[in-house]
Design a protein. Structure first.
Length: 230
């Protein structure tokens, strides 16, 4: 399978790229801002050709140019995982317009822009998986400091439902996983000292199976993936 993963230089995205690239027959395009971290990821595999690093800034980059770079390696796509995210932990009274733009552009707009740019390359029976959060899952417990993060992830969930409807004609399935807490660098930066119930690798192991087979059972669904009850 030809697979694309954003936010692949660390955390769940990195672990997901490693898990999928190790499976026979898979090739993974790993997208992230840091070329150094992407090269390091590639070197963790015995066969480095299974991961193709493409450094790209999802907030400020040219998505048409990114599409051309993808086409240089893949003539068809089977799986896209919009995993990249930004998280700022601030009270509503302290958040700025720039904070708003950052989280909406990385967490929602980038998934929209990349998916749109790659539509012509998706094979029938392909799968787009958008990585949301329990914070963006209606009726779940909410936490102070995560208003904009949760709002952006909620927007991504609704976007996923709409994408699934509109992409039916291309035979592309779209689902959204609302993740609970996993121990990632992003979580540690936002909540120093907090211990999540799952590691990034544990969360990625489940996601790896879902992105390959989940579209056989779900389409247009927002699925909570959490040890806690909303």
């Amino acid at each position: 399978m030809n697979i694309i993963i954003t936010g692949a230089s660390r955390g769940i995205g990195k672990q997901l790229a490693l898990i999928l690239a190790r499976r026979e027959g898979n090739r993974v395009i790993a997208i992230a801002r840091s070329e150094e971290k992407l090269n390091s990821l590639q070197n963790e595999l015995p066969d480095s050709s299974c991961i193709i690093p493409i450094p790209f800034d999802l907030r400020n980059g040219d998505f048409e140019d990114l599409g051309l770079k993808v086409r240089a390696h893949f003539s068809e796509i089977h799986v896209l995982v919009n995993n990249a995210g930004a998280l700022i932990n601030k009270k509503i009274s302290q958040l700025s317009g720039d904070d708003f733009d950052l989280m909406m552009e990385v967490n929602v707009k980038a998934a929209f822009m990349l998916s749109q740019a790659l539509i012509p390359l998706f094979e029938p029976d392909s799968h787009i998986v958008n990585i949301s959060s329990m914070g963006g899952y209606q009726g779940s417990a909410k936490f102070p400091g995560l208003s904009l993060y949760s709002a952006s992830k909620g927007a991504l969930a609704i976007l996923s439902e709409c994408m699934a409807e509109e992409l039916k004609e291309y035979k592309i399935s779209v689902n959204c996983l609302a993740l609970g807490a996993a121990q990632t660098e992003m979580l540690t930066d936002a909540f120093p000292g907090y211990k999540a119930p799952l590691t990034a690798e544990q969360m990625a192991t489940y996601i790896a199976d879902f992105v390959i087979t989940g579209h056989q059972y779900f389409n247009g669904k927002i699925l909570p993936l959490s040890l806690s009850t909303p």
